[in-house]
Design a protein around this ligand. Sequence first.
Ligand code: COA
Length: 334
Amino acid sequence: MSATAHGFGARIVGTGSCVPQRVVSNHELAARIETSDEWIEQRTGIRERRICNLEHEGTFTMARDALGRALDAAGVKGSDLDLVIVGTVTGEMACPSVAARVSAAVGAAPAAAFDVNAACCGFVYSMTIADTMIRCGRAKTVGVIGADAMSSIVDWDDRRTCILFGDAAGAAILRRDDDPRYGCVYQALGGDGRQWQSLYIPRRPQEVPPADQDDTTKLGCLRMDGKAVFRFAVSKFREVMEDALTKTGLTNETIGQVICHQSNARIIEAAREKLGLEHDKVHINIDRFGNSSGGSVGLCLDELWRAGKIEKERPFMMVAFGGGLTWASGVWRA
Ligand code: COA
């Protein structure tokens, strides 16, 4: 099939991921704050998470290494990339972007490079942007990364939030293809800033909403209304999955893997059950990695890709929600 300027497809040609070596179990947290292994596992499905040693690890190093592994898997050189996108909310510096440093580190400069702030939707948003750039002929080979060192913004004294999060990065290399059937075949990105106070990271006192102005709010740390996010997530997850299946004409039999942002095993399970999806179509790794925000969907994709569970030709779905509030779904054919 010949391609017009707007008729390209995008193939996923390799994936990679990176998690820090250090494992922090629920038991270790329970020795430091008032919580227990049972409480955390029952409410969230998490048993342990990976945490950076921020002296020499962080969002940048994880993003760099995840991209490096994806490039190796794809057999693509850094210098072949013409765009690098990183979905993150934990970049070390406001400027430059994580993407700019990662691009330089893998030899991609002078590729275009920028970060996307869509919280836990960062990877799914970034994949959609990359696909769109390729489809309209503006990019040929793109490195997409979701990366977050949540340990750098978690308040380790706040048991309502610190037990949930972990550090990780996942990456994919997308390459232009002449066949437009490949790549993102359906996407729905959304956001509702009216609900931003459910999950935010304040830098200045004036950003803290009146309801949260108690002495437990720490500047620079994530603050979350867990119950509000839970309610939003349970209904939104199901809604965006149903929408993607309806709009693509796919069913829970014909869809391949449904890769959910690893926010809470109960949220994922509620959506899986409601849609009647088989257990083996919905990957769970939150027990080992916690919620790694922008890193989570890319990390799942890499695990599934390397295990040969992303079938060629069979569409699969990625779905996420997060701070903003934001949500995102994408149906892809690899
Ligand atoms: N260990 C032990 N007890 C804890 C605790 C912890 N880590 N955190 C809270 N509690 C206590 C509370 O103080 C409360 O005690 P009380 O009944 O005596 O007041 C009780 O457990 C219930 O707390 P609650 O906040 O109502 O729990 P929950 O069932 O809503 O679960 C979350 C809390 C955070 C696990 C849940 O709300 C959640 O997962 N929300 C979504 C978060 C999310 O996905 N965020 C990321 C978005 S990308």
